[in-house]
Write a protein that binds this ligand. Structure first.
Ligand SMILES: [Zn+2]
Length: 481
């Protein structure tokens, strides 16, 4: 749908019925499994408060693949899937350039929303009411940019190479940011500028704690929740993902991270409540889950096994080389599992017809240890047909979609975990609405992460049309008074 059409649809559907909501908040926890919300050993105020007062959807999931950070954030921020928003992965292969592209690469600004198609919820809010302001922050650039969209007032993320929060020239740099970064260094929470922050350090509660300080400063300096229109604050906490990738799930490091995140969530609820004078509606979800590591107790019980990423990739290439020897070239131009980009030129030179070649290659690759199934992209059929349809972008998707077998962990170094598949452990995430206009309760109906944007739109008093596969979660909305 063209951007202009969607914007005019938003204006048409708009109403001022809930103009009383001064502040909308969207929280994304990077790599959050649904049960993290359910822990009974946490003090009240954070997750427990959300559960007690909020509308909790127990069967929410991502509809797309791969279940990784950028597509997950885009599903939440746009209420659309990759077939529409275009963020098919964190990185994809640009067939024209013959090289890999980072999802947030921006030709003019270095980093920016160039590759993100269509509006975000935040963009639509600003189109509906130009007095509205949008603030997005994250530990990761892709978390902040994808949530903030094109028209955000402030978009900030943590720059690991310089050890401070930053933005790109696409967005305005707040005047107070330099002083905040200086203060952060004084606190000694993170290393000084000019030194790359090691993964081990940010794979700990300090990563989100630094973001929490930034949120508090942002709310104070920008008077978030006290603007002339409805303000929208979007926060993506990255720490849980780093801890999971580094340490695994059922380990003391993750326990400490989740306890800290729970405390930060409690602080955020109190902060936004106070900043808006009690006029706030909030939604919380996650960009993806994670598979338990083979070293975790539940990983052992499930029989999870780890497949080495490098070795797996080499085997995929070998299988095709054996079938069609190509001594001077590679059959797999880029392996971005599940996206596989194949050397179609070489196939053409061998006289292989495209569809026939891809069909044969898919069949051969499916036999590699660890692979669950391999499908020709853009073609119907198979157990994940709907996920493929919602995730397929002809210009950016691979020629083949490779799905890892269930309970196979592809990638990271032991004892770390990973994610990316359509299996429940990666696709299922929390979905909670809380605050003004929310009908609290526990809802067991199937729900999707693309439901978040149109539902928050309704809570903020304007219509954000649900996309393919999405719905306004009407059961979470209190009857208007
Ligand atoms: Zn992520």
């Amino acid at each position: 749908m063209p951007v202009s059409f969607l914007f005019s649809a938003v204006l048409l559907f708009g109403s001022s019925a809930s103009a009383a909501v001064r502040l909308g908040v969207v929280v994304v926890v990077d790599q959050m499994r649904p049960e993290y919300l359910d822990r009974s050993d946490l003090p009240d105020g954070g997750f427990r408060r959300l559960r007690r007062e909020g509308a909790v959807f127990t069967r929410a999931r991502h509809l797309h693949i791969p279940t990784e950070t950028a597509p997950g954030h885009a599903a939440i921020s746009t209420g659309r899937t990759p077939a529409v928003h275009g963020i098919v992965a964190n990185d994809w292969y640009d067939r024209v350039a013959g090289s890999e592209t980072y999802c947030m690469a921006d030709a003019a600004y270095g980093l920016g929303p160039e590759h993100l198609r269509g509006p975000t919820l935040a963009d639509a809010l600003k189109a509906f009411d130009p007095k509205s302001r949008v603030f997005a922050v994250s530990g990761k650039d892709r978390g902040a940019i994808i949530l903030g969209g094109r028209r955000a007032d402030v978009v900030l993320w943590f720059d690991r190479f310089n050890g401070e929060f930053t933005t790109s020239s696409y967005y305005k740099r707040p005047a107070w940011l330099a002083a905040f970064n200086a203060g952060l260094k004084k606190k000694g929470l993170l290393p000084v500028k000019g030194k790359r922050v090691p993964k081990e350090l940010i794979a700990s509660p300090v990563y989100d704690q630094a973001l929490d300080l930034l949120v508090a400063e942002l709310v104070k300096r920008e008077r978030v929740g006290r603007g002339a229109g409805t303000d929208l604050l979007l926060v993506s906490y990255s720490g849980t993902d780093l801890v999971g990738h580094t340490h695994g799930l059922e380990v003391p490091e993750m326990d400490a991270q989740l306890k800290s995140l729970d405390a930060l969530t409690g602080r955020l609820l109190r902060l936004v409540d106070k900043a808006s004078g009690g006029s706030v509606a909030l939604a919380l979800s996650s960009d993806h889950g994670a598979i338990p590591s083979p070293e975790d107790a539940s990983g052992k019980a499930l029989g999870v096994r780890r497949v080495d990423w490098q070795k797996f990739g080499a085997e995929l290439e070998q299988v095709l080389q054996k079938k069609w020897p190509l001594p001077d070239g590679r059959w797999i131009l880029s392996n971005q599992t599940p996206h596989l980009y194949l050397n179609l030129d070489a196939a053409g030179k061998l006289g292989l017809e495209r569809r026939d070649f891809l069909g044969q290659a898919a069949k051969a690759l499916a036999a590699v240890d660890g692979a669950g199934g391999v499908y020709v992209a853009g073609e119907k059929g198979g157990p994940f047909a709907e996920a493929f349809r919602l995730s397929y972008d002809p210009g950016r998707s691979g020629d083949l979609f490779l799905i890892m077998a269930e309970n196979v962990l592809l990638g990271d170094a032991p004892p770390g975990t990973s994610h990316g598949t359509p299996w429940d452990y990666d696709a299922r995430v929390p979905l909670v609405f809380w605050g003004r206009g929310v009908a609290g309760g526990v809802y067991d109906a199937p729900a999707a992460t693309v439901d978040l944007a149109p539902t928050v739109g309704r809570l903020l008093g304007f219509g954000y049309p649900p996309g393919d596969g999405a719905a306004v979660r009407a059961e979470a909305l209190a009857a208007p008074r």
